[in-house]
Design a binder for this molecule. Sequence first.
Ligand SMILES: Cc1ncc(C[n+]2csc(CCOP(=O)(O)OP(=O)(O)O)c2C)c(N)n1
Ligand code: SF4
Ligand SMILES: [Mg+2]
Length: 347
Amino acid sequence: MTMTAPPPGKKVNRIGLELQAYRGSKTTLCAGCGHNAISERVIDACYELGIDARQVLKLSGIGCSSKSPAYFLGNAHGFNSVHGRMPSVATGAMLANKTMLAIGVSGDGDTGAIGIGQFVHLMRRNLPLVYIIEDNGCYGLTKGQFSPTADVGSTLKNGVVNDLQPIDTCLMAIELGASFVARSFSGDKKQLLTLLKAALSHKGTAMIDVISPCVTFNDHEGSTKSYTYVKDHDEPVAEVNYVPHFEEITIEYEEGSTREVPLHDGSRLYLKKLDRDYDPTSKLNAVQVLHETSSRGEYATGLLYIEPDKRDFCSLLNLVDEPLAHLPLERTRPSRAVLDEIMDAQR
Ligand SMILES: Cc1ncc(C[n+]2csc(CCOP(=O)(O)OP(=O)(O)O)c2C)c(N)n1
Ligand code: SF4
Ligand SMILES: [Mg+2]
């Protein structure tokens, strides 16, 4: 990435870069695919926060969604892994260099079907990683079969009805120990951008399930993951605003209407009460709202659960401060004498 001064009159961020510097390759996804809108919001979030893309690791599995990292942050490191196996790659990469900022992109099939075992263990480990599920309720890349997040009663284009209970990835993540769990909609620019910025400021697993309609296979009447259905059934739990650590707070709220949530890097979230009094630090509250809304066929969106101070996986493992990947061999391989000592102790 070049850090030369921008031409006069060009809008740049706090590290002197234009929005353009955060783009990736031109998308090859279908025009109107929700996944494209999510890539745009990742670009906006990283630009607005002044993130150095060279410090970012982009990770994904297989699927249309998993192709997305190619379309943002062209200067970041990237690894497009195996179907459902991104969590193992992310875990290895972050243990090798915990100073990186990891952004993982998965699909509802990649996470909820073949990758469910990996997802479960990732959530309980609280690895520092922003984990985005681009959730369209189908396997877009293989021509639109139902995925495990398809709702009961949702139909395919040819009229086939889904009879199986869906997996709610947010409920699972909350139950398993993820410390930041949110749901959003690719069509809600403001909410998604705010949640992404908050997720990038969080130290631990920040899981965002983004409902992201597949315009080619799952955007018809009868689908509960279509643009029209999601727009009509979106139930935000609170209005969310984000103030980065490098900015003054300029938002004013009436006493009692807003809850402040401090984030790890000094940034803050302001959650403004809507219809209900929502406490995002309460697992019970989150689980109850998710069950209540889904029984009415609605999507609870926004920041559903947060535990800002939970220890992340790298701190739990007491890793040395320097990235393991940078340590010289003498500090990673025990000497012959140490190995002999261990062997003697076993005798
Ligand atoms: C081991 C393996 N099994 C199956 C496939 C075929 N396959 C490719 S993508 C995909 C599902 C993708 O669905 P999802 O993760 O929801 O992504 P989307 O395309 O909907 O964004 C499947 C089954 C594969 N590539 N590898
Ligand atoms: S097939 Fe569906 S998920 Fe894949 S790029 Fe097209 S619209 Fe997006
Ligand atoms: Mg999908």
